[in-house]
Design a protein around this ligand. Structure first.
Ligand code: C2E
Ligand code: MG
Ligand code: MG
Length: 558
């Protein structure tokens, strides 16, 4: 196919018909010249010889002229032949150049995406004929965007070239190495049966060798790669029908998992990964459709003053009422929404609904909402939030934003600016899941938080047999030292509640006080507590048509 494309390309400059005509004419001239030379030369030459030897008269003038013309024709023909020869050689060179350009990546000199796949198919045919298997690696540089952003594209190109060269040096003879685009390479090679262990050793060596520092003359870059591995040996039943496209796709899925597993390593393809990917893609499209369809709704979890037992407010927790998957946990859909860049849209629509729901609750009740670290990367976040507050007529002083410790790893300067401008608007800011991240004391002191929330894992730890509550106590005293009030999450039992009560004044929340509920159930609860000034409670919640909750471990795996 590729060779044909190149041939066609070369044919554009010299149409095949003109070339055939020219060859026929040249052949005709050569044959005619030879016949003429034999005929005239055969008569004239003996006459000339006889005349020289004094045995006869000179040759006939007409015939002599014909021989001379014939000789001229032969010289002309020879020259034409040489020209043609040169032309053909030049055309071959041009064709070869065009083929190389069409097949190789100009930066790394590897095969490109277009030629890589047929080359692997060729390798598969050879391997099948020889009763061997073929392994395919999908290789991707880790954090290549960062290398480019930090050091410039020139350094990025230099890294790509060096990595390609190192891969080439590692590859067994007869293997295929192609750059599939960006920082992605695919390499394929034939191997004997039962080769899994050897392939793994090879992959580990390759990862190690490619990871050596690259000196750009200006900066030193230490690249790492992740590799997805697949071999036709893994699936002997379908091996005869497998082609390069399928192997590349599978190696790609495995590579994605190598990345998920912490990068700088390899991962074998397993059929289960393909199902997970399908589920993950389905979830992604369902989330895209579900946001405008209003399938994402706020649920509310009570927050209690532990000393008095009084309700002080609610934390809004997102739920997805999916017609297909049932009631889905935010731990499943928030990470996907973050990855597909829909978290801001999703969060804004949830906060809007929550502010409307909470508007006519008792004015002393607060509302806490969780914010993704990605939203804090938006310099306009505080303004957008203020806009939503104004639109819904909800007082900023009743709103509390929960940000997780992981936000502090991001650009701390930008987080500080946003936190400060939220506080200037009267919104409270609280550090969620405290103790699970790595925030330093100086970071904690430098950010004007209003509250710390002890992660529920520490509270749960208190109930474990033999465990004590030292850690929770330490966090509480840290909060006290920083003059920050504390909320304990995940209170499930009266024992935990009693222990926490002995540790001083704090707020708490957890299933002990009830599961998170939707807006209508929350209104009923508030009406019963006389905390709904309008007293127009809406009807009880109905989760009609919502099927069983999809097993989280299944969705999470994707
Ligand atoms: P979080 O903010 O730490 O929320 C507390 C989580 O603990 C909630 O899980 C809640 O249902 C659960 N929980 C509360 N009490 C107990 C208890 O006694 N025992 C146990 N085992 N769990 C308890 P949920 O609703 O699944 O939310 C999980 C996380 O998802 C939240 O953790 C929060 O980080 C995130 N999230 C929820 N809604 C949103 C949202 O609208 N936006 C963003 N960005 N994240 C959200
Ligand atoms: Mg929270
Ligand atoms: Mg939390």
């Amino acid at each position: 196919m590729l060779a044909k494309a190149v041939e066609d390309k070369a044919g554009e400059t010299k149409p095949p018909l003109a070339k055939a005509e020219r060859d026929v004419v040249a052949l005709g001239i050569a044959v005619a010249a030879i016949i003429l030379f034999v005929a005239t030369g055969g008569t004239v030459m003996p006459q000339i010889l006889r005349a020289w030897m004094g045995n006869g008269t000179g040759p006939d003038m007409l015939l002599t002229n014909a021989v001379l013309l014939n000789i001229a024709l032969l010289i002309f023909g020879w020259r034409r032949y040489k020209e043609l020869h040169k032309e053909v050689a030049e055309r071959r060179r041009a064709e070869e150049k065009a083929r190389l350009l069409a097949e190789t990546d100009p930066l790394t000199q590897c095969l490109n995406r277009r030629s890589g796949t047929p080359a692997i198919n060729g390798l598969l045919d050879q391997a099948r004929a020889a009763g061997r298997s073929v392994a395919v690696f999908m290789i991707d540089l880790d954090n290549f965007k960062q290398i480019n952003d930090l050091n410039g594209h020139q350094t990025g190109d230099r890294v790509l070239t060096a990595v390609a060269q190192r891969l080439r040096e590692q590859m067994p003879a007869g293997s295929v190495l192609a750059r599939m685009g960006g920082d992605e390479f695919v390499c394929a090679f034939g191997h004997e049966s039962n080769g899994r262990e050897g392939i793994e050793q090879f992959a580990a060596r390759m990862i190690e060798q490619v990871g050596a520092p690259i000196d750009d003359g200006r900066v030193m870059v230490q690249p790492t790669i992740s590799a997805g591995l697949v071999s036709t040996e893994q699936d002997p039943l379908t091996a005869p029908d497998i082609d390069a496209a399928i192997l590349i796709h599978r190696a790609d899925i495995a590579m994605y998992h190598a990345k998920k597993n912490g990068r700088n390593g390899y991962f074998w393809f397993e059929p289960m990964l393909e199902d997970e990917l399908r589920l993950r893609n389905d979830l992604e499209s369902a989330i895209r459709r579900g946001i405008p369809a209003g399938e994402f709704v706020p649920f509310y979890e009570q927050q209690i003053d532990l000393a008095t037992g009084q309700l002080t407010g609610f934390e809004m927790l997102a739920r997805w009422k999916s017609p297909r998957y049932g009631l889905v946990s935010p731990e499943v859909f928030i990470p996907i929404a973050e990855e597909i860049d829909l978290i801001a849209d999703l969060s804004e629509c949830l906060i809007r609904q929550a502010l409307v729901d909470a508007r006519d609750w008792d004015p002393d009740l607060t509302l806490s909402v969780n914010i993704s670290p990605l939203q804090l990367r938006d310099a306009w976040f505080a303004q957008k939030l203020l806009h939503i507050l104004v639109e819904s007529g909800f007082p900023p002083s009743r709103l509390e934003i929960e940000i997780t410790e992981s936000c502090l790893h991001e650009n701390i300067g930008a987080v500080r600016t946003i936190v400060s401008s939220l506080k200037n608007q009267g919104i409270k800011v609280c550090l969620d899941d405290f103790g699970t991240g790595y925030s330093s004391l100086s970071q904690l002191r430098s950010l004007p938080f209003d509250r710390l929330k002890i992660d529920r894992s520490f509270v749960a730890e208190m109930t474990r047999e033999g465990a004590n509550s030292d850690l929770v106590e330490a966090i509480i005293s840290l909060g006290r030292g920083l003059a920050l009030p504390v909320t304990a999450e995940g209170i499930e039992t009266s024992e935990v509640l009693s222990t926490l009560r002995t540790m001083g004044g704090m707020k708490g929340q957890g299933y002990f006080y009830g599961m998170p509920e939707d807006a209508d159930a929350t209104r009923h609860r508030l009406a019963a507590l006389d905390l709904l000034p309008s007293r127009h409670a809406r009807p009880a919640p109905v989760l009609e048509g919502v099927p069983e909750v999809i097993p989280e471990d299944r969705i999470k795996a994707g």
